[in-house]
Design a protein around this ligand. Sequence first.
Ligand SMILES: [Zn+2]
Length: 452
Amino acid sequence: MAADLLRVRRRRAVARMKTVLYRARAYDTPDDSAFPLRRRPRAGRLGRRIDHGAGSFASVRAGHPDDTVIDLRAGILLPGLVDTHVHFPQVRVIGALGMPLLEWLDRCALPEEQRLASPDYAATIASEFVASLIAAGTTTSLVFGSHFAPAVDALFTEAARFGLRLTSGLVVSDRMLPEPLLTTPEAAYADAVKLASRWHGTGRARYAVTPRFSLSASDPVLAACAAVMAEVDGAFFTSHVNENKAEVTSVAGQFPDRSDYCNTYDHHGLLGARSVLAHNVHPLASELEVLAHRRTAIAHCPSSNAALGSGLFPLREHPAAGVPVALGSDVGAGTGFSLFKEGLQAYFMQRLLGDEGFALTPAHLLHLSTQAGASALGLGDVIGTFDVGKEFDAICLRPPVGTALDIGLRHAGSPDEALGKVFALASDADVADVWIGGVQIASGGFVRALRR
Ligand SMILES: [Zn+2]
């Protein structure tokens, strides 16, 4: 829907609620872009943050003459973007092209990940990573953490400075990786519970139990992960699955007693409604059935799938089986933090699949980048759209004058046309303002930490 006004309550430092009228060209995630298309009833409840949706400025202003008005009509207002799979330690290794998954891990990702053993280095990377998320307009994320607990601590600390909605955890493995990245089942459990006790439910942080992938995590480590899930109420689970054919074959060799890759996790009870698995480019029908039954979501990372030559994601099969799908940038195997680029790449991939592909529209892309991710992360009722009652997580795009996006948006004939131009042309440089929970954390492209 397009709205020209949003009335938002926001919390001031003095803890009293102040209401602001945002006058904007706002494009909201449509009700009916779920897979398969479904129409949700529009909520009429009073909001903690957004308490008035679409309406003419004059009529709403007349009812609230004392509210502050912020005029954003020079740009386009969208719900904050949600990235459901992005690797914290890999911000500096983006752009290493030309290798398949397992070679890329050995040569690029894993050497960099070992450097996060240094708390100073990890703190620097945390600051670069969080700044990159905000610059891309990503207000909510499920972040693949580090193998080192102090580094994960640094990530949560940095995200809290800006009030980001961040779910993450310690990455654990006990084989197949360089020795400094390995742990034991006992340490994997103890370190995770300690981190979760500090961060799970603190502000907007939540803990995600994170074995790297079952290729590098033995049954005892996966059992330790299940023990953490049992110990930490409401914890999330995330890992990788069915990314690359060589990887799938190796996992089958590692787990001869399991029916398939998904079963390596499901055997330990790790798949559920709070689980998100990245990729699933090569699923079996039986795996899709299990994922749907468990209500486990897939983080589709199309740039990474293309860069590593992993394959063309069978999007159509997922909703057909009842498996939820959202988007992930997968940095660093991807090509940056922008979910606009991921949306465009998802669109390209489905086009390349011809009749087998899912015909994605601009509205689908907005849905995949916002509400689908929010739902996968259990925040579907909190963020993801500008529905009345939701918290005001938003970004304002203001492309530089004279750029193709600026020209396109000025001449777009409809919201769908404008959204198509956004996904085709927008980049981090066009994200001017960012709000989370009604508080602005980036303004004119500059980020600012919350005042305490
Ligand atoms: Zn990944």
